[in-house]
Design a protein around this ligand. Sequence first.
Ligand code: NAP
Length: 285
Amino acid sequence: MQTNKTMEHSRFILAGLMGWPVAHSRSPNIHNHWIAEHGLRGAYVLLPVDPANLAQALRALPVLGFAGCNLTIPHKVAAMALVDSVEPAARRIGAINTVVVQPDGSLAGSNTDGFGYIQSLLAEVPNWRADVGPVAVMGAGGAARAVVVSLIEQGAPEIRVCNRSPGKAQQLAVEIGGPVHAVPWQERHGALAGAALLVNTTSQGMSGQPPLDLALDGLPATALVSDLVYVPQDTPLLAAARARGNRCVGGLGMLLHQARPGFAAWFGQMPAVTPALRALVERSL
Ligand code: NAP
């Protein structure tokens, strides 16, 4: 007869990604690579869930034996009201991307995008610090909110947010507060003066989109430049920044690192972002 301990060890662990649509996600590549790497029994599957069925689908997780799931478009905001608890940082961001089924069957929501972002910077620049100077953020969408909250947690002294639609930057500044202030889109070039970090969180520079329209002349050569876009990995913004001597960090690291806390919670082991994982995901881009 199996003891509880051996039963637990032989348990097949399920996790997945709820979205609508989800077919093109790279998350299964990442998590199933880690499952194999750690010699675990389990699977990470795609869960196409119509928004109308989100509440039922989330409540089905414990019933179906899932350890939890990730959430993507369009569920990240709506799911926050449907889980039983939400981590404070995720509440400040206004969205969750990770759900963990608790031992009592309740659902805990968190947002790992900010963790992924900070870890992606540290992976490239180990001595990077948020408190060395102002940050200029282009864009004020969901990704910007996660980046801004994580930069505040890391001690950023001033965060200038520039967004094409001014209302959204102002709303972000009011809701998140602290060192965040909105700068009009037409003044974005000047917002780079004295910045220690520039972040593109807009979709500009993505393949099929025009480059981000931003003149880098006012940006100190010592500033770190990061782009959340990862297709292509070398965006026009990063190429221009590198050509003038700025250190650059692409968006793929964030995608890979944001997956780590969810995997750790579901499968019990904190996975690493290795060159093999990066190569695997690069091949799928
Ligand atoms: P989102 O909520 O839809 O926000 C899109 C942002 O792009 C908004 O600030 C929007 O400004 C801006 N934008 C769109 N078209 C523009 C244009 N023509 N000129 C200037 N700004 C424009 O999307 P999101 O979820 O925040 O994602 C934003 C980007 O980050 C995407 O490229 C996404 O792939 C990337 N991302 C990467 C990761 C990663 O792990 N690396 C994670 C999340 C997101 P308006 O408000 O004016 O429309």
